[in-house]
Design a protein around this ligand. Structure first.
Ligand code: UDP
Ligand code: MG
Length: 314
């Protein structure tokens, strides 16, 4: 019988954990009928509400249930990575605890796996449950990323996916600690199939990703897999230098042969301000990469575990 490890990062989710576990227990029976067993691995990402107490209690009484506890909030990417490193199963499925990733979809993933896929992605068929701004920004992120980066990300595919243990082993061997999991998980390749689903709204509580976090995640994604923003300045600079040269030539010729003095304040001011702005943007882009390189060179761990709990009946 093959085993499925379900990985669930949780951050201040005391309201959702009991409902999630209830659904899991129901689903476990459905899986057994299909000759699969399952276990859940929660990764408590430094929650400050009652999540830790609830998990500790529930794990005592629920079989096939484990949890890792971080020493503080390290972010969902780190929590997911820790989950992958500790997952015990032939197949691994990361899920949100808020029931936005429906359990029954795992059955469809299994069908695709049985037909030979190593990775089965769940693609949202719509973004009805998202705000207008989130829809808009997500669309732009995928467009921009796929234009700039050699690694193409499938639009509207989150972390909810099925992977074989072989795929997971390749992911956890990657050395970086500035993590963009969606990218890393597709970077390793393997035979990939996509299934579609309508993503329901969050069960309880609010999203843990505000716009600032989403913006940083988008920057992490692009800087992790593309150096185009760095390289584009060479070409942009060459283009501007060429135009400046021609313009300079025009001014010299006017001055020498026609005696027209270079026009004055306005054009000078526009040029100075324009190039000041362009150079600052260039330096900013450099800074984004340099900052990430700097953090990467420190080789700090991706997360710190303070505790690990297991149900003893297992
Ligand atoms: N999460 C986490 N650490 C964080 C933020 C979120 O472990 O710093 C977890 C969260 O508890 C949830 C999952 O990641 O189980 C997805 O978060 P959320 O539902 O808020 O994201 P959304 O579905 O709105 O994109
Ligand atoms: Mg969610």
């Amino acid at each position: 019988m093959k085993e499925i490890a379900i990985i669930v990062p949780v951050f201040n989710e005391e309201l959702n954990i009991p409902a999630f576990l209830k659904e899991f227990l129901k689903f476990e029976n459905v899986l057994l009928a299909r000759n699969y067993s399952a276990n859940v691995l929660f990764v408590n990402d430094g929650s400050t509400d009652g999540t830790e107490e609830i998990l500790t209690e529930l794990i005592k009484t629920t079989p096939h249930c484990e949890a890792l506890f971080f020493s503080r909030n390290f972010g969902k990417e780190a929590a997911l990575f820790a989950g992958l490193e500790h997952a015990k199963g032939d197949l691994v499925v990361p899920m949100d605890v808020d029931l936005q990733d429906p359990f029954h979809l795992i059955l469809d993933m299994l069908s695709a796996y049985e037909k030979g896929a190593d990775v089965v992605l769940a693609q949202r068929s719509n973004r009805d449950t998202d705000s207008f701004f989130k829809r808009f920004s997500a669309q732009w992120f995928y467009k921009l990323n796929n234009k700039m980066s050699a690694l193409k990300l499938q639009e509207n595919v989150g972390d909810f996916r099925l992977m074989t243990q072989q795929v997971v082993q390749e992911i956890v061997q990657l050395q970086e600690n500035q993590l963009f999991m969606k990218g890393l998980m597709s970077w390793v390749g393997f035979k990939t199939t996509t299934i579609h689903y309508a993503r329901p709204a969050r069960l309880k509580g609010t999203t843990k990703f505000n716009y600032r976090k989403l913006w940083n995640l988008a920057l992490d994604g692009i800087t992790s897999f593309s150096t185009l923003p760095l390289k584009v300045w060479t070409y942009f600079g060459t283009f501007i230098a060429l135009i400046s040269f021609l313009y300079g030539l025009k001014i010299i010729i006017e001055k020498l042969f026609f005696g027209i003095a270079a026009s004055g304040y306005a054009s000078l001011m526009v040029a100075v301000l324009f190039f000041g702005g362009v150079q600052l943007i260039g330096i900013g882009v450099l800074g984004e990469y340099l900052g990430r390189t700097y953090l990467e060179t420190k080789r700090r761990p991706r997360y710190i575990l303070k505790n690990q709990l297991k149900n003893n009946n297992k």
